[in-house]
Ligand binder design. Structure first.
Ligand code: 173
Length: 322
């Protein structure tokens, strides 16, 4: 046997022994986030990835492929459905093309911990399995409300004359109060405001300052409405191909990241203070106007979901509302 063949053979054999225990056990999941890395909305996922990579050595690792500059946010649902990526951090409003009823999760009156108890998570997961080939691993943001931010006064539950930047989260609500709407991904919010293309936009209470939007935003309207859901989804074929040990580990990590959702209440207050410190004012609707604001949000929200998903909407509503 020639030396080269011997060496190559020995290397191949040692590679088998060295590599085998790792490659058989460890899976690397390719992930994309649909929110700006480093921003508050993305933070739960950044922490999740860090913890998985630290505690999952030899079992599960996550390879972060990037954020909105690597993949447009409204494409992320398609990519995790088809297996272009294995894992996504994405809000249900960004994949209404695949699962229109998913946008209804914003109307939940329960936390994710409660939804795991009352069958809500199970139904949401089943919808994700069947309609978009994904496993609904975890939900973040359930204690974070959305708000309207504006550069013109809003003294009543009436948005006549305003053009607002929306996503599916806000469209039905703002239009029910007579606003014009323009849909954009988050990456276009700053310039549309700066150029005066819109008079305001919807966004959670968190993240305005780390996106720099306080520079082009005069005011927030209170009260907030709905709750955020930014979800960790796993391609279903990938999920099914994992070992029990890998799935158990990821479920444990999911439970952990969902437990950190409770920290949001404090962050919400800190964010409101940072907005005030940056000079943003608050228009607070009170009394009947406040009632009208919240009732319209809820009613227009559910009407939109029931219209878009007449089969699945009613069951979702039963499970999410008190
Ligand atoms: O405003 C948005 O882009 C949006 O729909 C959203 C959803 C969840 C978290 C942050 C933003």
């Amino acid at each position: 046997m020639k030396l080269f063949t011997k060496v190559a053979g020995a290397l191949a054999i040692s590679a088998m022994f060295v590599a085998w225990p790792v490659s058989a056990k460890e899976v690397v999941l390719k992930a994309v986030t649909s929110f700006q890395p480093g921003s508050l909305i993305d933070r739960p996922f950044a922490r999740f990835v860090e913890k998985v990579n630290e505690e999952g050595k030899g079992l599960v690792q996550i390879d972060m492929m990037g954020g909105p500059s690597a993949m447009p946010p409204f494409e992320v649902g398609n990519s995790v459905q088809t297996g272009v990526i294995d894992m996504a951090f994405v809000t249900s409003a960004f994949y209404t093309n695949l699962l229109p009823v998913g946008d209804g999760i914003k109307l939940t009156e329960y936390t994710i911990q409660e939804l795991r108890e009352n069958g809500g998570w199970e139904y949401i997961n089943e919808l994700h399995n069947k309609k978009m080939n994904t496993w609904f691993l975890a939900l973040t943001g359930d204690r974070v409300p959305f708000h309207l931010y504006v550069n013109k006064p809003v003294e009543k539950a009436d948005l006549s004359g305003l053009t607002l930047r929306v996503t599916p989260v806000y469209r039905a609500f703002f239009e029910a109060l007579n606003a014009n709407s323009i849909q954009t991904p988050p990456s276009e919010v700053y310039t549309t405001l700066e150029r005066g293309v819109v008079d305001g936009y919807g966004w959670p209470i968190q993240g305005i300052l780390d996106l720099g939007w306080h520079e082009v935003t005069k005011a927030r309207v209170d009260p907030g409405f709905y709750t955020v859901n930014v979800n960790i989804l796993v391609n279903l074929d990938k999920w099914n191909a994992l070992s029990d040990e890998q799935r158990d580990f990821l479920n444990k990590m999911a439970e952990w990241v969902e437990s950190t959702n409770a920290e949001a209440e404090q962050v919400n207050q800190e964010e409101a203070k940072r907005q005030a410190d940056a000079g943003m004012v608050v228009y607070t609707l009170e009394g009947e106007e406040r009632e009208k604001w919240l009732d319209t949000a809820r009613e227009a929200g559910w009407a939109q979901i029931l219209q878009a998903a007449p089969d699945d909407g009613p069951r979702l509503r039963e499970l999410l509302t008190k």
